[in-house]
Ligand binder design. Structure first.
Ligand code: ADP
Ligand code: MG
Length: 258
């Protein structure tokens, strides 16, 4: 909060792809949901950062996105704001179609979590930061954010997702584990975000990422919206973008390495 992004206003932004929507200049145009706007203002954010100015109309327009931007450019809001805004408007009914799975067999039924938004990031620290932001901006809404990561007790994470999980922030390894245990279904995913994609590949997560994104129950590219964020755009990220995104808009913010 209190960060002055005005000095970043001349950060060069390049957008390519077909029918790129015009960038917004304020949070109020095109209208983000009113409740989200009040949460944004509670957080002390006055104006969108350059990446947010572009990503908000792109995501609200239903398009896939590949965004390359340096650290600190406000990428988290860039995906959370449009996802939360649209989720608030659509309401929780979208999540009721999910079949309730009975499992266990020892006299208890455990609820299978069916999030509508999934954010993948490489480390416990990063997923925790994204989760904190999600909680802040989902404040007093129906959207229940959850976070799971490896190297921590799975029991408390299971109890957390059982209480309800609409927006899941996860590291790839722990998510694969929960899917294999039958505790999370991705069949209802409408928004899939890969944050810090280059770091996830550097850390060797490509097999887990492919299991998640190319798995049985994940909706196909035309039935979900996929957003990828990366500081760099090397060949392996280009291949993921080719495989996971559909008719995407490419955004490059500031100086981007490859
Ligand atoms: P990135 O993921 O690109 O590294 P973050 O999303 O973590 O960047 O944002 C960096 C910092 O800027 C965070 O502390 C965040 O709260 C703050 N921030 C993001 N967007 C805005 C905004 N529109 N106005 C003010 N502060 C912002
Ligand atoms: Mg980030």
């Amino acid at each position: 909060t209190g960060i002055n992004f005005d000095k970043y206003d001349d950060i060069p932004v390049e957008a390519s792809g077909h029918d790129v929507p015009e960038a917004v200049t304020e949070f109020t145009s095109p209208p983000l949901d009113d409740h989200l706007l009040s949460n944004i203002s509670l957080a002390g954010y006055k104006n969108p950062t350059p990446v947010q100015k572009y990503s908000i109309p792109i995501v609200m327009g239903g398009r896939d996105l590949m965004a390359c931007a340096q650290t600190g450019s406000g990428k988290t809001g860039g995906f959370l704001f449009p996802i939360l805004s649209q989720s608030f408007l659509q309401g929780p009914s979208q999540n009721q179609a999910a079949p309730q799975q009975a499992s266990g067999g020892y006299g208890y039924r455990s609820r299978k979590a069916t999030p509508t938004a999934l954010v993948l990031a490489p480390t416990r620290e990063l997923v925790s930061q994204i989760f904190d932001e999600a909680r802040k901006f989902a404040y007093r809404s129906w959207v229940r954010p959850c976070v799971v990561y490896g190297g921590a007790d799975i029991g408390s994470q299971l109890r957390q997702i059982e209480r309800g999980c609409d927006l899941l922030v996860a590291t790839p390894g722990r998510l694969v584990d929960l899917i294999e245990r039958g505790r999370i279904s991705l069949a209802n995913i409408k928004y899939l975000v890969l944050d810090e994609a280059d770091r996830m590949l550097d850390m060797g997560f490509e097999p887990q990422i492919r299991r998640i994104v190319e798995g049985e129950d994940m909706p196909k590219t035309e039935n979900r919206q996929t957003l990828m964020f990366s500081a760099t755009f090397p060949r392996d990220i280009q291949m993921l973008a080719r495989d996971f995104l559909r008719d995407y808009i490419f955004l490059s913010v500031g100086r981007v390495g490859s």
